[in-house]
Design a protein around this ligand. Structure first.
Ligand SMILES: *[C@@H]1O[C@H](CO)[C@@H](O)[C@H](O)[C@H]1NC(C)=O
Ligand SMILES: *[C@@H]1O[C@H](CO)[C@@H](O)[C@H](O)[C@H]1NC(C)=O
Ligand SMILES: *[C@@H]1O[C@H](CO)[C@@H](O)[C@H](O)[C@H]1NC(C)=O
Length: 162
């Protein structure tokens, strides 16, 4: 009986850990479509993409879809190129449907280097914060709470069984 109890407790803990891990990956990543319904295009004004970015909070693990129609591209660039709409940085992404997942926290810059599109506002700066649940995030305490919540709900049915 004692070993059976031990086995049940083991199962409870494994299930709780799995549930916890699953819940966390779901929280951790969001895929954004850059520009929402406009997609990636020459916007109606030069503040369009900075407004788009400023209304959201991006975390490590989030990804960004650049969708466009017609003759556009997306070029990840260093900040000075973004600031000045400087051309000449490596152009690799010329087909719509590009997804970037920034590999670290910090600010990442993307422009379209065709014609004067960048000057007309087709540029975006995306600032990535530490992932929810990482040690530097205040959400790490929530993670422990979630663990105990899952644990208690998982334990009760087993206790009524034994
Ligand atoms: C972006 O691409 C996806 C998948 O192809 C599509 O469902 C969506 O409507 C597109 N959005 C825009 C703005 O083009
Ligand atoms: C820029 O265009 C968007 C979309 O049309 C609009 O919502 C926003 O108010 C405009 N911003 C400025 C500063 O004109
Ligand atoms: C950006 O433009 C400014 C002003 O025109 C210029 O001084 C600077 O050198 C430029 N920087 C780059 C990286 O092109």
């Amino acid at each position: 009986m004692a070993s059976r109890m031990g086995l049940i407790w083991c199962l409870v803990i494994v299930v709780a850990l799995l549930k916890c891990a699953t819940a966390q990956t779901q929280i951790a990543s969001v895929e954004y479509e850059v520009g929402d319904s406009l997609g990636w295009a020459v916007p109606p004004n030069t503040s369009y993409y900075s407004t788009w970015a400023s209304t959201k909070t991006f975390y490590l693990g989030d990804s960004f879809l650049f969708n466009w129609t017609g003759n556009q591209n997306v070029v990840p660039v260093p900040k000075p190129y973004y600031d000045n709409c400087t051309k000449g940085y490596m152009t690799m992404y010329v087909s719509s449907g590009v997804i970037f997942t920034p590999p670290s926290t910090g600010t990442f810059y993307y422009i379209c280097n065709i014609g004067d599109n960048c000057e007309r506002g087709q540029k975006v700066a995306i600032t990535i914060l530490p992932a929810v649940g990482s040690p530097t995030s205040s959400a790490s305490s929530l993670r422990a709470d979630a663990f105990f919540a899952v644990l208690s709900t998982a334990v009760i049915p087993f206790l009524t069984l034994v």
